[in-house]
Design a protein around this ligand. Structure first.
Ligand SMILES: N[C@@H](CCC(=O)N[C@@H](CS)C(=O)NCC(=O)O)C(=O)O
Length: 214
C-alpha cells in the first residue's frame, strides 16, 4: 500500500488545500503537525528551499508547494478529479486558481495587515479582484462548474479565512451587496460536508489572529 504523509500546520489554508483533496479522493494519510518556531529536521530536509508546510510525501518522495501537491494528488488518484480533462478547461482552471492565490489572497491579506496609504491601495486591489471573481461565478455554482475544482480549493482562503480576518480587524471587504455571486459561492462551499469536516475550528483561528493583530 502507498505510503502517504503530510507535514502540516493547524489552521494553514495551504495545508487545508491538500487535506481537502486527500479527503475528496478518499486517500488515507498520516498527518504530522509541525512547529513553525522550531521546525523539524524532516521539514528542513524535505523543503530546504522554502522551509514551509505543506510537505507531502508519497512513498518517501517529497513534494512541496500546495498547488503542485494538489495537482500531483489529482494525477495519481484519479477518482473525483479536481481538474478537467479538456486541455483548454484545464488551463482555465489553473488560471483562476493562480489568480485567486496570487492576486486576491495577497490583496486581502495586505488589506488587513497594512496601514494608511498602503492599506487603501490593497483594499482597492482586493475590491477589483473580488469583482472579477464575482463575475466569473455569475452562472456557476463553483469555479469548477457543478462540483468543487482546483480554483474552489485554492479559494478556501476567501471562503473561510477572509471572514475571520475581516471580523477580527474590523476591515470589511466581502459584502452581499457588492459581491452577491461570491457570497453565494462562499455559502455553498462552506456547506459542503467534506469541506466542513476538514476546516479548522473558527474560534481557534480567530484567537490566533487576534493575538497577532494586537
Ligand atoms: N506557497 C506556499 C505557501 C505555504 C506557506 O506559506 N506556509 C506557511 C504556513 S501557513 C509556512 O509554512 N510558514 C513558515 C514560514 O514562513 O517560516 C504553498 O502554497 O504551499
Amino acid at each position: 500500500m502507498a505510503q502517504v504523509k503530510l507535514h502540516g500546520l493547524y489552521g494553514s489554508p495551504f495545508v487545508h488545500r491538500v487535506e481537502l483533496v486527500l479527503k475528496l479522493k478518499g486517500v488515507e494519510y498520516e498527518y504530522i503537525e509541525e512547529d513553525m518556531v522550531n521546525k523539524s529536521s524532516l521539514l528542513l530536509k524535505y523543503n530546504p528551499i522554502y522551509q514551509k508546510v505543506p510537505v507531502f510525501l508519497h512513498n518517501e518522495k517529497p513534494i512541496v508547494e500546495s498547488l503542485e501537491i494538489v495537482e500531483y494528488i489529482d494525477e495519481i488518484w484519479k477518482g473525483n478529479p479536481i481538474l478537467p480533462q479538456d486541455p483548454y478547461d484545464k488551463a482555465m482552471a489553473r488560471f483562476w486558481a493562480k489568480f485567486i492565490d496570487y492576486k486576491c489572497r495577497s490583496a486581502i491579506w495586505n488589506s488587513i495587515w497594512s496601514k494608511g496609504e498602503e492599506q487603501e491601495k490593497a483594499k482597492k486591489e482586493a475590491g477589483e479582484a473580488l469583482k472579477i471573481l464575482d463575475n466569473e461565478l455569475k452562472d456557476k455554482k463553483f469555479f469548477g462548474g457543478d462540483k468543487i475544482g482546483l480554483a474552489d480549493i485554492v479559494g478556501n482562503f476567501i471562503a473561510f479565512w477572509s471572514g475571520i480576518l475581516e471580523e477580527m480587524s474590523g476591515v470589511t471587504l466581502i459584502t452581499e451587496d457588492k459581491y452577491p455571486n461570491l457570497c453565494r459561492w462562499i455559502a455553498e462551499y462552506l456547506n459542503c460536508s467534506i469541506v466542513k469536516e476538514s476546516l479548522p475550528d473558527r474560534g481557534i483561528i480567530f484567537s490566533y489572529f487576534q493575538a497577532r493583530y494586537q
